[in-house]
Design a protein around this ligand. Structure first.
Ligand SMILES: Nc1ncnc2c1ncn2[C@@H]1O[C@H](COP(=O)(O)OP(=O)(O)OP(=O)(O)O)[C@@H](O)[C@H]1O
Ligand SMILES: [Mg+2]
Length: 285
């Protein structure tokens, strides 16, 4: 089937990464459909053939990034702004909302990025609520673990890729787990939220759902069972394809309860996908 060509205006793309083989396919696909305006914390090397202009984020932190974004959107008369770098999802949503460009909306971006917000939203809908507390000290973590019951999982409130996520089986190790979660960080963070989550440890197979989100409708395109590295950490070391079975049904329920509309049937995967973060990685008991 010939891909449908979209006539898009300039698209500001934020943060493409230094290693070309990792994401070049996605940038090339976007460049076929829109004039790409790159915005990044370093001068581009490999993306050069795919972009029409570049804006440098000269200083770390959220404010310089937002200021560069506002200037880029205005100077380029941008029709959209996007990122595939997890660090930038919230500020990109903010910039899109400010400029009246299409996007998920700031509240939705925060609901995916801030794990405490995610937990509260799920709990308020009574869907598979995992017991969780937000703590700011080792002593609070110990108290929360006692309340929830061991084993628990401690994790930073707004990081990704399982950074600083640790399982604790013994009450003597809770303070050390808190220290690991509290110390985890990413280079050049642009969104942060204070605190560490202490959660009930949920057992069972874990499924990831990759989805395309378009005009408020979420279309899951594939479901995969996640393979983890050794305990006590949760490093993702692989994914197995699964049929669209039980994991798929469960993931659709989660999407529904966090407030997104779902289309009925999965479609063939397009050339690039937007992963629905945080909200669609789940476990079934
Ligand atoms: N309460 C829990 N019980 C069991 N395992 C958990 C729990 N919370 C997290 N995990 C494990 O840790 C992994 C990482 O946790 P989580 O998805 O919350 O954070 P992240 O991947 O760092 O962030 P994001 O999903 O926003 O990119 C999960 O995929 C899962 O394997
Ligand atoms: Mg995750």
């Amino acid at each position: 089937m010939t891909p449908r060509r979209l006539a898009l205006g300039p698209l500001v793309l934020v943060g493409v990464g230094r290693r070309s083989p990792f994401r070049e396919y996605a940038v090339a696909a976007m460049a076929e459909r829109a004039g790409l305006v790159l915005m990044d914390i370093h001068e581009p090397a490999w993306p050069k053939p795919f972009i029409r202009s570049f804006h440098l984020i000269t200083e770390p932190g959220p404010e310089p990034m937002l200021a560069t974004g506002r200037a880029a959107i205005s100077a380029e008369r941008a029709a959209g702004i996007a990122t595939y770098d997890d660090r930038y999802t919230v500020p990109v949503a903010r910039l899109a909302a400010e400029a009246g460009l299409p996007g998920s909306g700031l509240a939705a971006a925060i609901a995916c990025k801030d794990k405490w917000e995610t937990r509260q939203r799920l709990a308020s809908r009574a869907l598979g609520a995992v017991r969780a507390s937000l703590v700011t000290s080792a002593a609070e973590a110990v108290a929360a673990a006692r309340d929830i019951g061991l084993p628990v999982v401690l994790k930073p409130r707004a990081l990704a890729a399982s950074k600083g996520v640790v399982r604790v089986d013994d009450s003597d190790d809770v303070a050390r787990g808190f220290a690991i979660a509290a110390a985890a960080s990413v280079p050049d963070p642009v969104f942060s939220a204070p605190g560490v989550l202490v959660e009930e440890c949920v057992d069972g197979a874990e499924f990831s759902v990759d989805s395309v989100i378009c005009q408020g409708q979420v279309t899951p395109v594939f479901v995969a069972r996640k393979l983890l590295g050794p305990r006590p950490f949760f490093e993702e070391v692989g994914h197995f394809d699964t049929a669209m079975g039980r994991g798929h049904t469960c993931a659709m329920q989660v999407c529904h309860f966090i407030g997104v509309a779902l289309t009925a049937a999965p479609r063939p995967a397009p050339r690039f996908l937007r992963q629905m973060q945080a909200s669609t990685s789940l476990r079934t008991a």
